[in-house]
Structures are given as C-alpha cells and as structure tokens.
Design a binder for this molecule. Structure first.
Ligand code: NAD
Length: 285
C-alpha cells in the first residue's frame, strides 16, 4: 500500500503499527527513529522495524508515509525538523491523542506538495516503550481520521484503507469535535484515575500496603489507566486544555450533587443517579 513507511517515535503505538503492518503486508520497508539511544538500541535488538535510523531526517528520506508517534507536545518540533527531508508527495500523519493543537503545530511546516492528515487510533494500554507493542492492538478498535481543511481526498481514502488493513474501524471527525469526545471518553477519566491513586497515597489512616492488598474491591479496575506514561498525559492536558476543563467542570458539578445527596441522606437522588448511569454503562461492551 505504501512503499516506505517511517515511524518517528518507537513506543506502544508505533511498535504496534509496525507489527500490524507486517501482519497485513501493507508496507515495503519500515524505518524508525526515536530520540533516545536506549529506545533505538532496543528497537534494533528486537527487530521492531526493518531499519532503525540515528536521525529523524534519515528515517523519513524517501518515505511515502511518515507517522509521528511521539508525545503530542513534540509533534510541531519534530515536523519542523523533518520537513526539509520529505520527498515530494509524501503523506505525513500523526497518532496523537489531541487533534486541534497538533494540526495547528504541524500545518505551518508542511512543505508544498506534501500532505498532512491527522489520525487517532482509539486503542492503547497502560504500557509504553518499544517492547510494549503488539500486532492486534488496533483490531476492531476505532481509528478517528481528522483531515485538515482542503485535504486531498485520494490520500485521505488511502490512509483510511491503510488503517482498515491494520484492523481498525474508521470514522472521520473534525478536530474540535474529536477533542471534546476524547476529553470525555479518555482524557478526564485518566485524570480522575490518577487523582484517586493520589487520594489513596495521601491518606494516613489507610496504608499503601492495605490499598494494594484490598485493591480488588474496585480500586484496581478503576485505576489501571493511572499506570500510563506521565509525559504523554502531561502533553494531553497542556494541549487539550479547553475541552478537558469543560468536561472537568461538568464532572465536578455531578460530584458535588452526589456529595450533597450523601450528606443530606437523599437516597432517592443516589438511587436514581446510579440507575440511570448503570443503564448507560451496561450499553457499553
Ligand atoms: P510511548 O511513550 O510508548 O512512545 C513514545 C515514543 O516517542 C518513544 O519511543 C520516545 O522515545 C519517542 N519520543 C519522545 N519524544 C520524542 C522526540 N522529541 N523525538 C523523537 N522521538 C521522541 O508513547 P505511545 O503510547 O506510543 O504514544 C505515542 C503517541 O500516541 C502520543 O502522541 C499519544 O498521545 C498517542 N496515543 C497513545 C495511546 C495510548 O494509549 N498509549 C493511544 C492512542 C494514541
């Protein structure tokens, strides 16, 4: 499908893409680059891509598709670095968890004749790094396609076919809508999970050992995602500020309403709330 694919960043998402591309046979040669020497060494050792390069510009040279799979805050600087090395007609995409700020950061650097199309595979685990990827990560998961205004329809369609070949289901979205959807289904839930771990850690009357020992009572399921990479999540909140604050405001309102119901012994409010939200949750497989 693409003769040469370059992966910039060699972590969970890029690694899984490389393995899924090989499984689907949709790429000729796969090159890769990551900023840290240790990551490049590991990627070489485990043969994560066909060729690990020591610079980003070397990795993108002659590539037909370039995937930016670095933390969201690094997308703009990486794009600026590789822009002069892109071949005419190259397609650049990103896999970042935030879309509006990524488009704003990369679009000014896209050279004449090259294309940029944003994507976001809605798939992940709490693990990161070059050893964490697996070929099945995208199977039956959504991949949101976020083309900038005026994008080349043929290239967008080809990139959608590529993600389908990696196992994903496709839906197009505009960047603002993407960011509010992801704030509610992913970003704020991660923040709340991190917070719950912080609350447990801060308590003096419950020890860390007790939290670990009795975590199956809800804590373990609820906070699994709080083991995720801190750099990635710092960048998500710095770049999706508006949408995250909107959802966080709604969350705080609901929490205060429940807090009041508990304080005043308002069982009907609690019961109605749990009944309504349980029905919604049961609709999610
Ligand atoms: P990861 O931490 O596993 O990998 C990130 C990689 O980027 C590492 O190889 C690191 O060395 C490299 N890197 C960091 N800064 C760099 C720079 N300036 N130049 C070059 N390489 C650099 O992270 P990941 O989970 O693969 O996430 C990558 C992107 O995918 C992020 O933008 C994230 O928002 C997005 N994403 C993550 C998930 C998830 O659940 N983990 C899901 C969907 C999308």
């Amino acid at each position: 499908m693409y003769n040469r694919v370059a992966l910039i960043g060699l972590g969970l998402i890029a690694g899984s893409m490389s393995l899924a591309m090989r499984r689907a046979g949709v790429a000729g040669e796969i090159t890769g680059y990551a900023r840290s020497q240790a990551t490049r060494d590991t990627a070489r050792e485990i043969g994560l891509v066909d060729r690990v390069c020591d610079t980003a510009t070397e990795a993108v040279k002659d590539a037909d598709l370039i995937v930016l799979a670095v933390p969201v805050g690094a997308m703009g600087p990486v794009m600026a670095e590789i822009a002069p090395a892109l071949k005419p007609g190259a397609v650049v995409t990103d896999v970042g968890s935030v879309k509006k700020s990524v488009l704003d950061a990369v679009m000014p650097h896209i050279p004449e004749g090259a294309h940029f199309i944003g994507t976001h595979p809605m798939a992940g685990t709490e693990h990161s790094g070059p050893r964490s990827g697996f070929a099945e990560l995208f199977d039956n998961r959504w991949c949101l396609i976020v083309p900038p205004e005026g994008a080349n329809e043929g290239e967008v369609k080809k990139l959608e076919d590529f993600w389908s070949a990696l196992g994903a289901n496709i839906e197009r979205m505009d960047p603002e809508h993407h960011d509010i959807v992801c704030a509610v289904v992913s970003h704020v839930p991660h923040l709340i999970a991190y917070t719950m771990v912080g609350v447990a850690d801060d308590l003096r009357r419950v020890t860390d050992q007790e939290v670990i020992k009795f975590s199956a009572a809800g804590f373990r399921d609820f906070t699994r995602i709080a083991a995720s990479d801190p750099t990635m999540w710092r960048d998500v909140f710095l770049t999706n500020k508006e949408a995250a604050l909107e959802i966080l405001g709604r969350f705080t309102e609901e929490l205060f309403a429940l807090q009041r119901a508990i304080r005043t012994g308002d069982g009907d409010t609690l019961h109605d709330y749990f009944t309504r939200t349980r029905a919604i949750r049961r609709g999610i497989i």
